[in-house]
Design a protein around this ligand. Structure first.
Ligand SMILES: [Zn+2]
Ligand SMILES: [Zn+2]
Length: 130
């Protein structure tokens, strides 16, 4: 990965932790409100990330908002996915749990997980609390 500015890194990490969700600039600005990043900096960095193929953008019909979504298939293929049956959102299992699960199964059962095909279904914390 080429050199990234702090703001670029912030956005990159934000998308990396929500790789399946679409966000408009307003959402991103709200999510990163504790950091020192302006809306115009978000716009600027998003268009640079789009040019580099790191995010794709989507214009939803009937709305003027542009939604951005992360593009990173390597990241997804290295993750075990958790799918919420309530809201339909998909999350990544924390890498440490995933590799622990993988190691245990390999040692105890001689079974090797195909991570790109593995999805665990359940209820996410937002739906459980809501
Ligand atoms: Zn994924
Ligand atoms: Zn949910």
């Amino acid at each position: 990965m080429a050199y990234m500015t702090e703001q670029r890194k912030l956005l990159y990490e934000f998308f990396q932790s929500h790789p399946h969700d679409k966000f408009c600039v307003k959402d991103i600005y709200a999510a990163l409100s504790q950091y020192d990043i302006s809306r115009s900096a978000i716009y600027r960095n998003l268009s640079a990330m789009k040019k580099d193929g790191l995010v794709r953008c989507d214009i939803s019909e009937g709305s003027r908002d542009v939604f951005y979504q992360f593009v990173n298939s390597t990241h997804c293929s290295n993750a075990i996915h958790l799918s919420c049956v309530e809201c339909g959102k998909t999350f990544h299992m924390k890498t440490s749990y995933a590799s622990q699960l993988q190691n245990e199964l390999a040692q105890q059962e001689g079974f090797s997980i195909n991570k790109s095909k593995t999805v665990l279904y359940g209820t996410c914390k937002n739906c459980k609390n809501g």
